[in-house]
Write a protein that binds this ligand. Structure first.
Ligand code: C2E
Ligand code: MG
Ligand code: MG
Length: 576
């Protein structure tokens, strides 16, 4: 052996083996690396240029034959000699190993001089050729590393982790594994608010934390598989829940980025089990389905994959398909929920709420399709249809009931708000339907605004210049500053129904409603309560100075015909 360039050995052995071969061989002048599991060993073999692999089957069990098969799929016995350590008396196993492609075997317990002699025998046979080969392999490894390493974080890439997953599945379909898919929550907001450089630094810091979290588990591979998406692959499933929990804990710990303190959050999907008939891509998709579910369930959490999620995904695809045709098949209906003056109990206007009359499913509520419509961009034409319908209806009711100065509220999706044609389209619809801009109120949720601050601001200014009203919907469910929203031209806020419905049973909710009402009034904004379900809510709201409300106590959203009957009644006597 040349002392300047020691031969590199990879010893695959059980971590807990007290008679570690690796330690003894390192003492003999070899450069020794170790791996305790198939995946970790393959990763090392692919990345580094070893001269020989010593596979301790006596301590790692039957998976060493699988590893041998994998090694032989990419390296011939001449390129990378493998020596097996088999248990005493297991002649058949030794024969199997030779059959699969081991160059030699030694029997456990190993006699150090014997194993060194066998290693030297293999190395000396190959030495004249492999010096050259090693050089070219180092170059190859560098090329591979280029597309297998993410340049920003230094983690493995999507391609690399999928490859590792493929290998793990190829070895044995019934061996359990864990794949965790992680997606940062609201990373776009961070990027938009603090800039791309801060965003990059967060990703780098996160990569560092992920590495540290798994540092003690040898077989875990961490990868960055998309802009703000990461993945962790581990052998076995026993640690899946605790690994997901530990990762989540690391993500939410505040980060110091320059002089900023940033708190990130993430949604994790966990596939834990044997892949069975699934491919690597299937497993990755399943982990993603679980991750989307974690997002749906409120984000900043982890969710385990269940086969039912595949059924849901298929149903969702079917819904997207139907949604594409719903508009041209005239399947949407505008429903109207009365807004009531809490003191006089008379209707002062309506909120238009969309319903979908699906030919098979029956009446579908917005909670089941608005998000899909937003994701697919279909919300823009759908939202415009609602606006047109609501304005037309308002005009008709205004003529029919001139004694009641009615207004109409229409919900606007953020996708509509950032559509460059929005202001022009709203102006055209007001014009076509002959509705005064002051009698139209557009409702936006604060969460929608926070994700698109820049374009939203200019659209809001345009709408304000048209003199339509701007209402902040579902107030209290986001994290915005009221002063800031006031500056964005909102004249009114709607306290979210989750606070109103609980305000008489839960002291904390009552206090929240009270402080929101006070704050809004101090800023010169009017307060509207949604979710008025009981007489007590009404009494309490009036006490807090809230003048207008809507809710099941007065009426749910109803079709135009029923709304008209309510109006007739309201013009005669009070509702509720
Ligand atoms: P939102 O704008 O906050 O509308 C209020 C929701 O609360 C409506 O649900 C309404 O039916 C329900 N609600 C009314 N009174 C009560 C009550 O007393 N108690 C309770 N628990 N709930 C009450 P809906 O119609 O299912 O709509 C859900 C959401 O879907 C709406 O929330 C809005 O964000 C969205 N949405 C509805 N129509 C449209 C639309 O045309 N365009 C867009 N972009 N979004 C829409
Ligand atoms: Mg609304
Ligand atoms: Mg609301």
């Amino acid at each position: 052996m040349s002392p300047a360039q020691p031969d590199r050995l990879l010893v695959v052995e059980n971590d807990c083996n007290p008679l570690k071969l690796s330690a003894s061989l390192a003492g003999r002048g070899y450069r020794v690396d170790t791996a305790a599991a198939v995946a970790a060993a393959m990763e090392k073999i692919r990345r580094d240029s070893y001269d020989l692999v010593l596979l301790d089957q006596a301590s790692t069990g039957t998976s060493s034959l699988d590893l041998l098969r994998l090694v032989r799929a990419t390296h011939s016995p001449d390129e990378l000699p493998v020596i097996m350590v088999t248990r005493a008396g297991e002649t058949q196993t030794a024969m199997d190993a030779l059959h699969v492609g081991a160059n030699d075997y030694v029997v456990h317990p190993v006699d150090l001089p014997v194993v060194t002699a066998r290693i030297e025998e293999q190395l000396s046979r190959l030495r004249p050729r492999y010096r050259h080969r090693r050089r070219s392999r180092v170059r190859e490894a560098a090329d591979v590393a280029k597309y297998e390493t993410d340049p920003l974080t230094g983690l493995a890439t999507r391609r690399a982790i999928v490859e590792r997953l493929r290998e793990a599945i190829a070895v044995r379909r019934d061996t359990a594994l864990t794949l965790i898919a992680l997606d940062l929550d609201g990373f776009r907001v961070i990027n938009d608010s603090f800039g791309q450089t801060a965003g990059d630094r967060i990703l780098v810091e996160l990569a560092r934390r992920l590495r540290r979290t798994v540092a003690r588990c040898e077989s875990v591979v961490i990868a960055r598989i998309g802009g703000d998406e990461f993945a962790a692959l581990a052998e076995g499933t026993h640690d899946a829940a605790s690994l997901a929990g530990r990762i989540l804990q690391e993500v939410v710990r505040p980060m110091e980025i320059g002089d900023l303190q940033i708190s990130a959050a993430a949604s994790l999907g966990v596939f834990a089990g044997a892949p069975g008939g699934s491919t690597a891509e299937d497993v990755l998709r399943d982990a993603h389905l679980a991750m989307y579910r974690a997002k749906e369930l409120g984000k900043n959490r982890w969710q385990q994959f269940e086969p039912e999620l595949r059924t849901r995904a298929r149903a969702r695809m079917a819904l997207v398909h139907d949604l594409r045709y719903a508009l041209e098949r005239s399947e949407f209906r505008a429903y109207y929920q009365p807004k009531v003056n809490l003191r006089t109990r008379k209707i002062v206007g309506f909120e238009a709420l969309i319903r979908w009359r699906h030919p098979v499913r029956g009446l579908v509520y917005p909670g089941d399709f608005i998000e899909l419509a937003e994701e697919t961009g279909m919300i823009v034409p759908i939202g415009e249809w609602v606006l047109q319908q609501a304005c037309r209806q308002l005009r008709a009711w205004q003529s029919q009931f001139p004694q009641a100065p009615l207004t109409m509220n229409v919900n606007l999706s953020v996708k509509q708000l950032i559509d460059p044609n929005l202001v022009e389209r709203v102006a055209a619809i007001l014009d076509e339907t002959d509705v005064a801009p002051q009698s139209l109120n557009l409702e936006l949720t604060e969460t929608a605004l926070m994700t698109n601050i820049g374009p939203a601001r200019s659209a809001l200014t345009g709408l304000r210049n048209l003199r339509v009203g701007l209402k902040l919907d579902d107030f209290g469910t986001g994290y915005s500053s009221l002063g800031y929203l006031r500056a964005m031209h909102f004249d009114s806020l709607k306290i979210d129904k989750s606070f109103v419905t609980r305000m008489t049973s839960d002291g904390e909710c009552r206090a929240i409603v009270e402080s929101m009402a006070r704050l809004a009034q101090a800023l010169g904004m009017t307060v509207v309560a949604e979710g008025v379900e009981l007489e007590e809510h009404l009494t309490e709201l009036l006490r807090l100075g809230c003048e207008v409300g809507q809710g099941f106590y007065f009426s749910p959203a109803v079709d135009a015909e029923r709304a008209e009957q309510l109006l007739e009644r309201s013009c005669g006597s009070a509702l509720g």
